[in-house]
Design a binder for this molecule. Sequence first.
Ligand SMILES: Nc1ncnc2c1ncn2[C@@H]1O[C@H](COP(=O)(O)OP(=O)(O)OP(=O)(O)O)[C@@H](O)[C@H]1O
Ligand SMILES: [Mg+2]
Length: 243
Amino acid sequence: MFSVKNVVKRFGGLIAVDHVSFEIQKGGIFGIIGPNGAGKTTLFNLIMGNLALDEGEIRFHDQIISGKKTHEIAALGIGRTFQMVKPFGGLTVEQNVLMGALPKHNTFQEARKVARQIMDLLELTPYQDEIAQTLPVGLKKKLELARALATQPQLLFLDEVMGGLHPREVQDMIEVIRYLNREQNMTICMIEHVMSAVMALCDRILVLQQGRKLAEGTVEEVTRNPEVIQAYLGGEFKDVTLA
Ligand SMILES: Nc1ncnc2c1ncn2[C@@H]1O[C@H](COP(=O)(O)OP(=O)(O)OP(=O)(O)O)[C@@H](O)[C@H]1O
Ligand SMILES: [Mg+2]
C-alpha cells in the first residue's frame, strides 16, 4: 500500500535519514521507534512533503508521492499528527476539527456532522467550546488526532500521540487507535516512545538509530534482536518508557 525506498535527507553535514526503506501493508499498524534525534519526525516530514528528500522514492498505492505538495498528498488520503501539536490556538475545539473536515465535504452541515462524530469518538464533545490553547496536554493531543481524523485519511501517521499522557489517557488512546484500525479500516503508522502502546498495537516495528534502519520485524523479532538489545542496554534508548 505504501513504501519508502532508499530515502535520504541531509541537513548540511548531518544525515538525518540515511537510506531508509520499509513498506506498510494495508490494514496494519506499523510502529517506528528509536532514540531522540534518530530521524523519525524528519521521515514523516519527508512523507508529507513538508521537506524535500535528497534521494529515494515514496509511493502510495503505486503512485510516486515524493515531490508532491503537502495538500496534494493529504488529498490522496494520507493524514498526520504533529509531535509539536499545531491547533489554531485562538479557535475553539469544534472550530479546529471543522477546519480539518471542511475541505473534504460539500456542505458545512456534512462537515459539522463528521466533526461532531469525531469529537464524540475522542470524548472531546464536553470541551467543544473551549479555546484550543487553554487545553491541558492530554486534550491537546486528542484535538491533534481529531484534526487529522477530520480529513478522513485511509493512512494515518501519528507522531508521539501518547507523549505526556497519564497512564489512563494512554489506555484510552490505545483503544481509539485500535478502533480506527479495526472498525474504520484505517492503516496506521505510529512513532512512539511508550513501548507498552507499541507492543499492544503494532504488528510490525521499524527501529531507527542515527538515521539508519537498525532492525525491522514483528514485536517479538525486534525485541529479541541482539543489536536492539545492545542499543537499549547501552543506554541509547534511555528516553523510551517501558511503562
Ligand atoms: N529542519 C532541520 N534543520 C536542521 N536539522 C534538523 C532539522 N530537523 C531535524 N534536524 C536534525 O535531524 C535529526 C533528526 O531529528 P528528528 O526530529 O527527525 O528526530 P526524532 O527521531 O523525531 O527525535 P525525537 O524522538 O526527539 O522526536 C536531529 O539531529 C535533528 O537535530
Ligand atoms: Mg520526533
